[in-house]
Design a protein around this ligand. Sequence first.
Ligand code: 5GP
Length: 182
Amino acid sequence: MKHVLLAVSGPSGVGKGTMVKTIIQRRSDVVESVSCTTRPPREGEVHGKHYFFLSHEEFERRIQEDDFLEYDKHFGNYYGTPKSFVRNTLKTKSVIMEIDVVGALNAKKSFPECKLVMVVPPSVDELKRRLSGRGSETEEQIQGRLARMEYELSHKDQYDYIIVNDDLEKAIADLCKIIDGE
Ligand code: 5GP
């Protein structure tokens, strides 16, 4: 069977993380991609499992060597998907990366076989209500989240597949079908 690289995106709160984690627990032929980062490990994070923790210099050297499928800076630190990890893993398993729209589109540019999957909510209004109603955030943070959501959804047309997460088990089955059908 052919193994595939999938980039899964979607607005925060849509349930994509749960879908990906569940599939990885259930299937031994699918793994989650391990990214490189220059941020320091948080308590409990393991090198090679949660991230490959690299120095700034090492990360920049690997950029020069074209070792990233895509990379970006968040909060002053580099984050990137290592080509070497993806290529090696694809020999025996399919690889899923959970990644934002910018990262997914960059990954597709450098690795056109990568399939882009966007998970969308059944109702945008409902997700808006959920994002607004957490209670712990300032109005500015809420507006930021909503703008981010609009931004993610506005790139739907550039994706290969759209999954509506109405029923979690059905959404998981849809994602499995994409893995098996590719
Ligand atoms: P954290 O430091 O909380 O683990 O992640 C910070 C941000 O970096 C999150 O938005 C996460 O999605 C993003 N991120 C993690 N790995 C990668 C990656 O390989 N590439 C890109 N572009 N972003 C990543």
